[in-house]
Design a protein around this ligand. Structure first.
Ligand code: M6R
Length: 358
């Protein structure tokens, strides 16, 4: 039931605060007690010496994002692979390398086959992050962490993505807390539902931006560091439902090729949170501006300014949760562009919700 919403995708975007609260519920004790992720999950994590993430599509982007956390906050080497590529490669596990397989449906054929292969190749264990209990993935894993996003009907994945990130953040937090309590990280996660709510409240301003895309054929999404995968996910959302060709790039790669595409016809969307890379990003964006590209920047007040740049201002936030926040306006933007273009938002052409064949 879509309730008051025009499309399932829209409903699912707006459900994110509730979905995230469910993912966190009971796993993040208020009294500072250890995270309640289940004995089996914790045992797999404690034994891990390295991590290999396997997934497809949006779930792959969640994995790419989490790799930054695993490396920086848990000190573990982490590689992320598209499941359909992993299964046809001859890659060897590192000693103690744990597989984390991520899937909304738990029925994606390539992800299931990659997990099967990983087992045969002697990886240390399989941990599933999944939205569907009793799914094939959950049944074939050694342990799983359910995302509890609730049913996702729209083909374009939204609340599944943010709740996957929250589940991954809980895993990273459990590892980081081996060195001692991290109350500030716990607090940041607890504040997430309210912060997402605040971003959703700016929906009308984002809808107004969608007009810029109505007659465009292409768009470029830029990010740096952990927000590079967020740029990739923003581009995937736009191409899936509005059929505009969109690419995500790490902003530092601009001069290595994509800058050649930039002219007055090219909208460039930048994910620009107030982090250590903002200064670098600013100079990348200056190059876009100098070539007449239409810049749309998501960042804090005053993050980037200059003639002709449209800044959608985002509330200040803790760095740990910023990927989960910065994807939300990109989801809303794609949604409004698709509505404006009159596409079948919930069932875009040529796509299936769950890809159960290779
Ligand atoms: O159910 P899964 O998470 O395994 O699905 C993976 C992809 O097929 C899925 O994320 C797809 O890319 C979505 N349509 C993206 O919005």
């Amino acid at each position: 039931d879509r309730g008051e919403y025009r499309h399932f995708m829209q409903k699912e975007i707006f459900e994110q605060p509730v979905a995230i609260s469910r993912t966190l519920h009971e796993r993040l004790p208020l009294d500072g007690a250890p995270l309640a992720l289940g004995r089996e999950v914790l045992d797999l994590l404690q034994a891990a010496r390295a991590i290999r993430i396997l997934a497809c599509g949006t779930s792959y982007h969640a994995g790419l994002t989490a790799a930054y956390w695993f490396e920086a906050m848990a000190g573990l080497p982490c590689r992320v692979e598209v499941a359909s590529e992993f299964r046809y490669r001859t890659t060897q596990p590192l000693p103690g390398e744990l597989v984390i397989a991520i899937s909304q449906s738990g029925e994606t054929a390539d992800t299931l086959a990659a997990v099967h292969d990983a087992r045969e190749r002697g990886f240390a264990g399989i941990l599933a992050i999944c939205n569907v209990d009793e799914s094939s993935l959950v049944r074939s894993a050694d342990a799983s962490l359910l995302t509890h996003a609730g049913p996702e009907i729209g083909v374009a994945s939204t609340k599944a993505f943010t709740t996957q990130l929250v589940a991954l953040a809980l895993l990273v937090l459990a590892l980081a807390e081996r060195q001692g309590p991290r109350p500030e990280l716990r607090q940041a996660l607890r504040s997430l539902p309210a912060q997402v709510e605040q971003i959703l409240a700016a929906d009308q301003a984002i809808e107004a931006l969608s007009a810029l895309f109505a007659d465009k054929q292409h768009a470029l999404f830029l990010g740096r560091g952990i927000h590079y995968p967020i740029a990739l996910e923003g581009a995937l959302k736009l191409k899936e439902i509005s059929y505009i060709h969109a690419e995500g790039y790490p902003a530092g790669e601009l001069k290595h090729g994509p800058l050649a595409l930039v002219n007055e016809e090219m909208p460039v969307i930048a994910v620009a949170p107030n982090d250590a890379l903002l200064e670098k990003l600013r100079s990348n964006l200056e190059e876009v501006r100098a070539r007449g590209g239409q810049l749309i920047v998501f960042g804090e007040e005053g993050a980037v300014d200059g003639d002709g740049i449209r800044v959608h201002s985002m509330p200040p936030c803790h760095a740990f949760i910023s990927p989960m926040l910065y994807i939300v306006p990109l989801q809303l933007l794609s949604y409004h562009v698709a509505v404006l273009k009159g596409t079948d938002v919930d069932r875009p052409r040529n796509l299936a919700k769950s890809v159960t064949v290779e």
